[in-house]
Design a protein around this ligand. Structure first.
Ligand SMILES: Nc1ncnc2c1ncn2[C@@H]1O[C@H](COP(=O)(O)OP(=O)(O)OP(=O)(O)O)[C@@H](O)[C@H]1O
Ligand SMILES: [Mg+2]
Length: 347
């Protein structure tokens, strides 16, 4: 009330009328009625003057600004009414409104800057990764054109190398395509009931040679001997298992072992892929799911990775409305865990 135009006009008009009457009372022999009339006129005139100027020149304009800010806030941030500042002092309220609005906008700008950096980094990474196999294949083919084609041995070797570079390029482009399709939501998960233990056994078979080269044993947890039904997209989960087991072999230790276990948790299945490799330092642990992120880039490079594997794993698991988590102990090993729906009772 005090900060309404009426309230302010009332107080100011009262003060002016009082001062005027006080001065008038200093004049000798002024009758009481004259004082009263002077007070009333001074009060009424100043009240009307203040009231109308405040109402029409200040408060209305401020209210218009409020309504505008309210609209922008609700539209931009979808804030519930509760969060819109309520203060009786309109100027303080305006100040607070503008302050909250500016803070939100600043957050938005920071987020956009972060995305912009991410985009730049991504573009640099993609170009770099594409450049390597293209240059390699180009080199081999040009050498062949320049005469090496006449020597049968060299020709076969170079053609084989060029083909391998192009296969790598194809795999990289496929990975990038999968990632972008997942992000745009173009890939829908095709849920079905399947035996995830059987699927993992097939992945073990595919990666057996790689594991043998490092004398790594691929095993199931003792308790998981029979069928384990899961309800998910079998092809995508196959991709996840391949990525995780491939990593466990690539980054695991020689003579080590990779253990896959399935545990039941209410209507969920907990899938864990565990290795006994050197582990991942905490500072890298939170970043390994980012695209192109590799620990010790040069060393990982020898192992042929592009750093997209775990980014794809994360997307696939999230598309199943779940999350993948990782724990690691230096010198002990790393475990990746994710949840899936159980297949029992589904068809
Ligand atoms: N089990 C693991 N133990 C130790 N380090 C790991 C393990 N799994 C992943 N990493 C680290 O995380 C990084 C990212 O893994 P990711 O699978 O995304 O990429 P990559 O294996 O290098 O390449 P890609 O999977 O695309 O062939 C790896 O480069 C590696 O340094
Ligand atoms: Mg990988």
């Amino acid at each position: 009330m005090l900060f309404s135009p009426k309230g302010i006009a009332f107080v100011l008009a009262g003060s002016i009328a009082l001062i005027t009457t006080a001065f008038l009372s200093l004049v000798k022999d002024t009758p009481g009625t004259a004082l009263f009339v002077a007070f009333s006129i001074a009060f009424a005139a100043s009240f009307l003057l203040f009231y109308f100027s405040l109402e029409f020149l200040v408060f209305r304009e401020i209210n218009k600004i409020f309504i505008l800010i309210d609209k922008v806030k609700k539209k931009d941030f979808k804030l519930p009414r509760k969060q819109i500042v309520i203060d009786t002092n309109p100027l303080r309220r305006l100040n607070e409104e503008i302050f909250t609005y500016a803070t939100k906008k600043q957050q938005e700008i920071d987020e956009l800057k972060k995305l912009e950096n991410f985009r730049k980094e991504f573009l640099a990474n993609v170009s770099h990764e594409l450049k390597t196999p293209i240059f390699a294949a180009q080199g081999f083919i040009h050498t062949l054109i320049d005469g090496a084609v006449d020597d049968k041995n060299v020709r076969d070797k170079f053609l084989d190398k060029a083909a391998r570079s192009l296969d790598g390029l194809d795999a990289l482009v496929q990975d990038l395509l999968t990632l972008s399709q997942m992000e745009t939501g173009d890939i829908k998960m095709r849920y079905e009931k399947f035996d995830i233990r059987q699927l993992t056994a097939e992945v073990f078979e595919q990666l057996e040679e790689k594991a043998d080269a490092k004398r790594i044993r691929l095993r199931f947890n003792k308790g998981n001997q029979g069928t384990v039904w899961a309800y998910a997209d079998v092809q995508r989960i196959g991709q996840v298992m391949t990525n995780l087991i491939d990593n466990a072999i690539k980054y695991g230790r020689e003579d080590g072992r990779v253990l896959v276990s399935f545990d039941s948790e209410k209507d969920h299945l907990l899938v864990a892929v565990k290795d006994d490799g050197p582990g991942i330092e905490p500072e890298h642990l939170k970043r390994i799911f980012e695209r192109f992120y590799r620990i010790e880039k040069s060393r990982s490079k020898d192992k042929g990775g592009t750093g997209l594997g775990l980014a794809i794993v994360k997307h696939i698991i999230e598309a199943h409305r779940s999350k993948v988590s990782v724990t690691s102990k230096m010198g002990k090993g790393t475990t990746f865990i994710f949840k899936l729906d159980k297949g029992e009772g589904k068809n």
